[in-house]
Design a protein around this ligand. Structure first.
Ligand code: DC
Length: 224
């Protein structure tokens, strides 16, 4: 618990580990907020792609991000970028790669991190991302690093994409994920890393409900 009795749960890990669905369900069960920080990087990447900004132009990206408004409809899990509902538009493979590219830029990270901390300052909340336990909320009492085998993660992502009507080859999904994980883990600014005090959960052979229960168990440990 934080000083003002708020509960912060940090869930980090590589692409496709199931962070968002687990974080969302944990927040629902606890009756607290959920913030998908990856969706924030995605929404900004969507805008940069729409405006044809060169994703290698760090100065341009750092400038535009500060003029970007990101809003959430927390009840219906929708995200708005400058008032456009981008909930579905940010789930394409092109935006996934773009999000990882804009996430390298320190100015982009500083701004989005500020927004994330602001939300956590006033609310009990579950955040999922890459740097929540290591950078955004280093004092979070519950930190989890959620992972799974690359092939299993790719299989799950392929299933999600199929549900959206996109048929993609599993080998291609694996390649994209591996490239993105490498970029996310190797960047200089707040790379993806398991915080020293984070609990590792490998979900490769776990059912969804089991993972949620394990996280809730860790929460009960700090909030009896
Ligand atoms: O969780 P996701 O796949 O929606 O995230 C998209 C990209 O955003 C991911 O490849 C890296 C970046 N990201 C980040 O750098 N830091 C976060 N806290 C969340 C996401």
């Amino acid at each position: 618990m934080t000083k003002n009795n708020l509960l912060h749960v940090a869930i980090d890990g590589p692409a496709g580990a199931g962070k968002s669905s687990v974080a969302r369900e944990v927040a629902r069960r606890l009756g607290i907020l959920y913030l998908d920080t990856g969706a924030m990087y995605r929404a900004f990447a969507w805008k940069a792609l729409e405006q044809a900004i060169d994703l290698a132009d760090a100065d341009a990206l750092a400038g535009v991000v500060r003029e970007t408004t990101l809003d959430f409809d927390v009840e219906h899990y929708r995200i708005f970028c400058d008032e456009t509902d981008v909930t579905e538009a940010i789930r394409t493979p092109q935006v996934s790669a773009g999000a990882s590219a804009v996430a390298v830029v320190p100015g982009v990270r500083t701004y989005l991190t500020e927004l994330q901390r602001r939300k956590a300052l006033e609310n009990s909340i579950v955040l999922d991302g890459r740097d929540i336990g290591s950078c955004v909320l280093p004092n979070a009492p519950v930190k989890i690093f959620l992972t799974a085998d690359l092939r299993e993660r790719a299989r799950r992502r392929q299933k999600d994409l199929r549900e959206q009507g996109r048929d993609v080859d599993i080998e291609r999904v694996m390649e994209d994920m591996e490239a993105r994980d490498r970029q996310d883990a190797q960047r200089a600014a707040a790379p993806m890393v398991q915080a020293e005090d984070a609990v590792l959960i490998d979900t490769s052979y776990m059912a969804f409900d089991e993972v949620v229960e394990r996280v809730l168990e860790l929460v009960r440990g700090v909030r009896p």
